[in-house]
Write a protein that binds this ligand. Structure first.
Ligand code: ATP
Ligand code: MG
Length: 389
């Protein structure tokens, strides 16, 4: 039996004339994600995209799972393809739907007829297929209002498709349809979630991580890579830049008042991140900040970094509770990695009494002794790049 994957577009159906462009990007993303699984055709008809395997060893289970991670898709399902006559449809329905129907007690049949020349009308198709399934699976009964399983028969131009139910897609907009941005990734719970959420809004991701060896261990870096691998399942390949931050932190510790350590460090991170982001054609930075979560995430603290920003700083978690953030991190499978206890560069030089109501003038004065430009240039020049996918 020939099986295919049917994909329904999400929000991009609202895009009017631009829809085709968005769809093209999404199809390219699907192709990229499935290319390692073997040969397949991809075609579109109205708001449905159809994936048809060409090789017999094409791994449909893995393909279906990967389709579930492509942004821009609202729903998807596997379906059996058969000839457009009622006898074939009945035979394939009996065989193909056995697994889906054996686990439930109620069902209903829906028919979609895009080929208006097909001799039976939709209600007649439903009646006939419903009858056949009731006979083949005597434990079933029909429930048109609240069925446990919906069987759909679609009569298309060339073939008929038969499927049971459909899965919810990853939603959002196709990656790269909104441009490119750089996620500032730590090893914590928040930043991978922020990365995921912005990729879901159509951004292609670069990542920037600040490491302070020997204060931070190679394990912390490994953790960041593992987190990005999880995000890349959705976003596709991520270019990661690891910025050596030890010298800067030591200089801050040596020359600046302790209560400003975190704020000055964050200002240095922002300056460097935006320089790297610009070099890579990124239109924004992304952080995992959430209002009030820690001393450096109060409004005045955010202001002293924002004032340096020459591009939008996206903070998708700003209004989220920790519990909501954790729920997303569990969903994308980053939580267990995030809670491993490797030191982050932020925690190494944490002041005992951080300023929660700093002013920009105070910060500028506090960082006065630093040779900011030289420090930035050395860090940028020593940044090491790799690709995560
Ligand atoms: P997270 O859970 O993402 O670590 P957090 O709640 O621990 O966030 P902070 O440590 O104050 O908060 O960091 C706030 C944000 O700053 C992070 O979400 C991340 O975007 C960025 N950030 C922090 N540390 C680093 C780092 N070492 N490298 C790159 N970005 C960082
Ligand atoms: Mg952190």
């Amino acid at each position: 039996m020939k099986e295919i994957i049917l994909i329904k577009n999400g929000e991009l159906v609202l895009k009017g004339l631009n829809r085709r462009t968005f769809e093209d990007i999404m199809i390219k993303n699907i192709k990229r994600k499935l290319s390692s699984l073997g040969g397949f055709d991809i075609s579109r008809a109205q708001s449905t995209i159809v994936i048809t395997p060409k090789d017999s060893d094409f791994d449909m289970d893995e393909a279906t799972e990967r389709v579930g991670t492509v942004f821009g898709i609202s729903a998807y399902s596997r379906a059996a393809v058969c000839e457009k006559d009622m006898e074939s449809i009945k035979e394939v329905a009996r065989e193909y739907l056995a697994d889906a129907l054996n686990g439930v007690s109620t069902f209903k049949v829906e028919a979609k007829r895009s080929d208006k020349k097909f001799p039976l009308k939709s209600p007649e198709i439903c009646m006939e297929i419903g009858g056949v399934l009731l006979e083949a699976f005597p434990h079933l009964s029909v429930d048109v209002h609240n069925p446990q399983q919906i069987v759909t028969v679609e009569i298309r131009d060339r073939d008929a498709y038969i499927r049971a139910g459909q899965l919810r897609g990853a939603g959002g907009m196709p990656v790269s349809s909104a441009g490119r941005a750089a996620i500032m990734i730590s090893g914590g719970i928040d930043s991978p979630v922020a990365a995921y959420l912005m990729a879901r809004r159509g951004l292609e991701l670069n990542a920037i991580h600040f490491a302070s060896p020997p204060y931070t261990s190679p394990r912390a870096e490994l953790k960041v890579r593992q987190l990005l691998e999880k995000v890349a399942r959705y976003s596709g390949t991520i270019r990661l830049g690891i910025v050596p931050f030890t010298e800067i932190q030591e200089e801050i510790a040596k020359n600046c008042p302790e209560e400003y350590f975190t704020l000055i460090m964050r200002r240095m991170m922002l300056r460097i991140a935006q320089r790297l982001a610009k070099e890579r054609g990124c239109g924004a930075l992304i952080t995992g900040e959430s209002l009030g979560q820690v001393a450096s995430q109060t409004l005045p603290a955010l202001a002293v970094t924002d004032t340096l920003a020459e591009m939008p700083v996206l903070r998708p978690l700003i209004g989220m509770d920790k519990e909501d953030i954790i729920a997303v991190s569990r969903k994308i499978d980053t939580f267990e990695i995030s809670i491993q206890p490797y030191e982050d560069c932020c925690t190494v030089f944490t002041p005992k009494h951080p300023r929660t109501r700093p002013t920009i003038e105070q910060c500028e004065k506090a960082e006065g002794p630093l040779d900011i430009e030289a420090l930035i240039e050395r860090a940028v020049a020593a940044t090491e790049y790799s690709y995560i996918d």
